[in-house]
Design a binder for this molecule. Sequence first.
Ligand SMILES: *Cc1c(COP(=O)(O)O)cnc(C)c1O
Length: 401
Amino acid sequence: MSTRNIAFAPPDITEREIEAVTQVLRSGWITTGPRVKEFEKEIARYCGADRAVCLNSATAGLELTLRLLSIGPGDEVITTPLTFAASANVILHTGARAVFADVTPGGFHIDPRSIEKKITTRTKAVIAVDYGGMNCDYPSIRAVLEQKKSLYRPKKLTHQTAFDRPVIISDAAHAFGASLNGIKSGALADFTVFSFHAVKNLTTAEGGAITWSAPGGLDNEVVYKEFMLLALHGQNKDALAKFKGGGWKYEILLPGYKCNMTDMAAALGLVQLARYDSEILPARRAITEAYDKAFQQNSNVRVPPFHAQGHGISHHLYPLRLSVPDEGKRDSLISYLAGEGIAANVHFIPVTLHPAYTRLGYRIKDCPNALNTYLSEISLPVHSRMDADDARYIAGLVMSF
Ligand SMILES: *Cc1c(COP(=O)(O)O)cnc(C)c1O
């Protein structure tokens, strides 16, 4: 066997994307404009959501959702430690307290029973993370929040009052195209946030989007306008409207942020979306299937729980676990693969293990399941620039190790 170099998550860019971005560059309008509006419509349509707004990252999408809901000091937001820091950092930005619920025993997703124990009269929202491209158990999360809704204390004169329980926010950075019981990611939670970062399934280099469908009965158009204000310094006109002859005058209605998407990014995203179900997703699925088959008979490893009833998976990661958590062995395996030209990874170092969080008093021992999963997990390459034969080759190396 000759050696192969296989990257972890290279972008899948074809001549079609290059042509679409070039067209925007030649058009005379490169920032937020017609391509972004078109991308928003297509994202909402794809997900089965009423509306979508495009931004420059998922991080911005998560934070703007918390800001839209006026979440801040004195409030608590429940999330999982088994995620990228973005999911928790945005909570701290608002001045609210991040509360970590554990993942399911031996699993990857936030445990509704752990959420139940963490709900207080300060709880305003839950940020659930669709780890690896598999949706969280949203029906159970909703049931737990409904069951404890007598504890919910919405702040007066804010959008919190539209809800009678804490708001469910899906961090679907991994889950574009995933589904649960036939409902697509984007329509499973009150608000869903996608990432189009370079390593994600569908990329715009940097980018993100929020989707929603009359959450809590809120007017879709009102939500859209408020997200637009928050995303562009609270200006009552976007750049395109100001740029038109005579359209110079504007008002700043609130001290907003600056996180809009460019038309160059949206043009890239529109082509990625057009290729998503026909090319990108099937290619990723084939890799997962090849890994699953190769590891089938091996009792030293556990394959991902992607065959669970009702789940459609977007195959963002292939999180293999050692049957017995063993950090040393896991780390040696990653080094061994690196020596063979294969880039593996770990998802995730729990947020509460990082200095920024231990300094605030958070302790990983409060989430023992997340720690166990972390110590046993290794993410193998899965992307549309490799094929099933590459996956079999990598699985062979893992088993020889
Ligand atoms: C990548 C990622 C994010 C952040 O996405 P950006 O678009 O880079 O802001 C948030 N949550 C999870 C789980 C991620 O993997």
